[in-house]
Design a binder for this molecule. Structure first.
Ligand code: GCB
Length: 643
């Protein structure tokens, strides 16, 4: 790797504290008053700054003129990770600032509107210029950011320039380090590597859609909906936040059912609406012949301003509750057993780039497997994915990018940033019925004393922000060492007996896992989900008797875990999630054969033997009274119809 100066990595992190102010950031939707008039997805001009200090782009102000005037550019698709788009190893493994630009038009008739530029996600630190003027910065991938555009051209093109730095540091989320290799006999001067603390490739680029949309000047900034159930009625408590309260003349709120009929009304910015005989939002596995699974209502708000303008926004939402006892997870007061997978946003060529065919394929596969839940391991997924979960009735553990938090990542700067990320994530996903648990982190070093204050602070903060869902972090510490799990509502535990310990000895799984989970439950008296268990499996490798890395081994391994799950779900186990839905890319290392191969499916989404095992198991689980609350009697085909 080239020889940069240290300052390149940190130069903009300080000013990135001036993040775009947290506002509502409702997902851009068209309405009678709003238009998403530019979708800037497509080919952008692109170049990396591979100068020695990685700072040439700023020194030469590449943002001040079309990027192609600064040097050679290549076409780069948006949305996509840039890493796997070319044949260049330098680009695949690049660390530093990558530059994009593109042009768009704003018609003069929109000048009276509020015009917003929104980036659904870019990884990691981002700076955006419009016609050479800086308009926003954002720190962190996986979450949207936006700004109102003020000084733009209506008589010619507007150039948007975006610089993105993928460097991970001890205070980013996920954290990482830059390591300088100083032995002159082994490395050239200034040689450095980026060390990751997570087990997936640090894909970078503009990962999700870039849009320009309008709203009226006085607009609906935010909507918060919380639901409850009273007998057969749904109670919908809501708050509508206008951009300028003093300029609001009236609100009109209507809850529409699926047929578009009014199911309740309001006229205040805050209130509670009763929906009589409500259709509840149920996970699809809890379907019975009398309920409509994953039922979504529409919360339609019309704001009229004192100047006579109206703004209208329609938000889909579901009526459901989430709660727990010390042995159960309850949705709408019925026990829910989660049988699902942990996933990644990951695929060939596009890396972490949003891809509609992939989203559709993955949801079809989730239903094919009979999975009723997934975890957004290890970061918030695209809103288009979350929409499908809401619509298809698949429950989600929504996880932050807090993966790999180790000693050295528990300081105040890390904590402040982590709280900010949680706020952004809750802001984005708070109205989603599919989200039942917030996971603030994956496998932090929670056995360290400093983890206690850190996670207490974050978990209480999240619980205060959203008391309607469960909060947790996903743990892998030993129950005896664990310092922070007492602040979790539910325990999510990752285990790899017979893989990372006692490798190949599947005969030990039953004893070890049973003792371990029982000890956790005895200590904390909370329900448990096993959020990861799995074995690397090279598709096409077979050996009988089983041998590690073969398809036979993966099946045998999973089956041993299932014996324990079947026993403990009669007690306190409320879920199981295979690691992983599909194979995914990691860094190059001797323990990974072109990525992590623990998928039930290959990276190209073809099933291994284990996928058929899980498909058969999950279908059976749907028929148990832990996941299904109704009566089948002759209606079992209903379940099969939705698969
Ligand atoms: C884990 C991590 C996950 C890894 C997985 C593995 O515990 O949470 O990110 O990919 O193990 O396969 O090692």
């Amino acid at each position: 790797m080239a020889a940069p100066m240290k300052r390149m990595f940190f130069i903009h992190v300080v000013c990135l504290q001036l993040l775009c102010a947290m506002s509502g950031m409702l997902y851009p939707r068209n309405s009678i008053s709003r238009t998403v008039f530019q979708n800037l997805d497509g080919m952008w001009n692109f170049r990396i700054d591979s100068s020695e200090n990685r700072f040439q782009g700023f020194e030469e102000k590449w943002y001040s003129r079309p990027l192609q005037q600064s040097g050679p550019v290549i076409p780069m698709p948006v949305p996509s990770s840039y890493n796997d788009i070319t044949q260049s190893k330098e680009l695949r493994d690049f660390v530093g600032w990558a530059w994009y630009d593109n042009e768009f038009y704003i018609p003069p008739e929109l000048a009276s509107k509020r015009t917003v530029l929104r980036i659904d996600s870019a990884h990691y630190n981002t700076i955006v210029w419009l016609n050479g003027q800086e308009v926003m910065q954002h720190s962190g991938g996986h979450l949207p950011f936006e700004t109102e555009l003020k000084n733009y051209n209506t008589n010619g093109p507007n150039r948007v320039t975006i610089a993105i730095n993928n460097t991970l540091t001890p205070t980013t989320l996920p954290p990482g380090t830059i390591e300088y290799k100083n032995d002159p006999l082994k490395y050239p001067k200034g040689y450095f590597v980026q060390n990751l603390q997570m087990d997936f490739f640090n894909y970078a680029g503009i990962h999700r859609t870039v849009k320009v949309y309008t709203t009226p000047k006085v607009y609906i900034e935010d909507i918060t909906i919380v639901t409850d159930i009273q007998g057969s009625n749904g109670l919908v408590s809501y708050t509508v936040t206008p951009s300028m309260a003093s300029m609001v003349q009236s609100f009109q709120i209507t809850i529409l059912d699926k047929e578009g009929n009014s199911a309740g009304q309001g006229s205040q910015p805050q209130g509670k609406i009763t929906v009589n005989n409500a259709n509840l939002w149920w996970p699809y596995s809890m379907l019975n012949s009398s309920n409509d699974t994953a039922y979504l209502y529409t919360f339609k708000v019309t704001l009229t301003s004192t100047s006579g303008d109206t703004d209208q926004y329609s938000l889909p939402f579901g009526i459901r509750t989430v709660s727990n006892t010390n042995t159960q997870l309850l949705i709408n007061n019925k026990p829910f057993y989660c049988h699902g997978v942990a996933k990644h946003e990951d695929s060939d060529i596009r890396g972490k780039g949003l891809d509609y065919p992939l989203i559709a394929k993955d949801f079809n596969l989730l239903k094919w497997l009979g999975a009723n839940c997934f975890r957004t391991s290890h970061y918030p997924y695209a809103e288009e994915i979350m929409d499908q979960a809401d619509q298809q009735g698949i429950v989600v553990i929504d996880e932050s990018p807090g993966v790999g938090i180790e000693k050295g990542n528990f300081g105040n700067a890390s904590l402040a940033h982590h709280l900010q990320v949680m706020d952004e994530m809750i802001q984005r996903d708070k109205n989603r019925p599919a989200v039942i648990i917030w996971s603030v982190a994956n496998e932090p070093k929670s056995g360290l004393p400093e983890a206690k204050f850190y996670f207490k602070t974050i978990l209480l903060h999240v619980k205060k922000a959203d008391p309607t869902r469960l909060v947790t972090f996903v743990a892998n510490a030993d129950y005896g060492e664990e310092k922070a799990a007492q602040y979790n509502d539910i325990l999510c535990i990752n285990r790899y007996y017979a893989w990372y310990s006692d490798c190949s000895h599947t005969e030990l799984i039953n004893l070890q896992l049973t003792n371990d989970l029982k000890a956790f439950h005895n200590k904390y008296n909370k329900p448990i989900i096993v959020t990861e268990y799995g074995a690397d499996t090279i598709p096409g490798y077979h050996q009988d008797p089983s041998f590690v890395f073969t398809e036979e081994f993966q099946v045998e391994f999973l089956q041993e875990y299932h014996k324990v799950f079947d026993h403990l779900r009669k007690e306190f186990l409320v879920g199981e999630m295979v690691w992983n839905f599909a194979d995914f890319m990691t860094i190059q290392q001797i323990t990974r054969v072109v990525g992590n191969k623990k998928g039930l499916l290959t990276r190209q989404r073809q099933p291994k033997m284990s996928a058929h095992l899980i498909r058969s198991r999950y279908r059976n689980l749907m028929y148990t009274n832990k996941t299904y609350h109704g009566s089948f009697h002759g209606h079992s085909t209903n379940i099969l119809n939705v698969l």
